[in-house]
Design a protein around this ligand. Sequence first.
Ligand code: GRF
Length: 199
Amino acid sequence: MKTTSDKTKIAIFASGSGSNAEAIIRYFNSSADAPGQVALVVTNRADAGVVERARRLGVAVATLTRSELNDAAVMLPLMERHGIEIIALAGFLMMIPPFLIERYDGRMVNIHPSLLPKYGGKGMYGRHVHEAVVGARETETGITIHLVSERYDEGAILLQARVGLSPTDTPADVAAKVHELEHHHYPRLLASLCLRRSH
Ligand code: GRF
């Protein structure tokens, strides 16, 4: 059995409902031998669903203003206090400051709800992505998990997974299919990053 101190500590940054955060927390909590543990959820919105989910699951939450997020003297000690080695972005809607990207170079990942480079870039988040996919009559969509570089959606791709669409799928149907993929793959990809760190 791994003790808490053996486990790679993960911080999840999220601004929304937090279904990915919940899937990741549950995945790592489900086995004593899991190589990692979610030690902190960071959000910019005190009323986001992710706050309630994290609290219910017993994970510490830090709610930060934009200026706190952009302040190295706030962020770096916060990450250090929780022993954070990996940062997972899951629907976090603020720009990550360069000092944090640099500090977590190769250890910060984002999940995007499309097959990048399709439907990436400015304004392409949440339902906007799924509406565009339906509007273009795509026959498939998927998810992309990538490293975070200073050009947001352009870091090295670590994993893509796809799902077929039917012509009658609405944006909400597409979102549900994509969430299913995300909840399966994101925790597992993070586990493989944790294992790489402990070897
Ligand atoms: C996910 O679809 C993720 O790909 C995107 O934001 C959404 C967050 O959903 N970046 P949730 O808050 O985890 O339910």
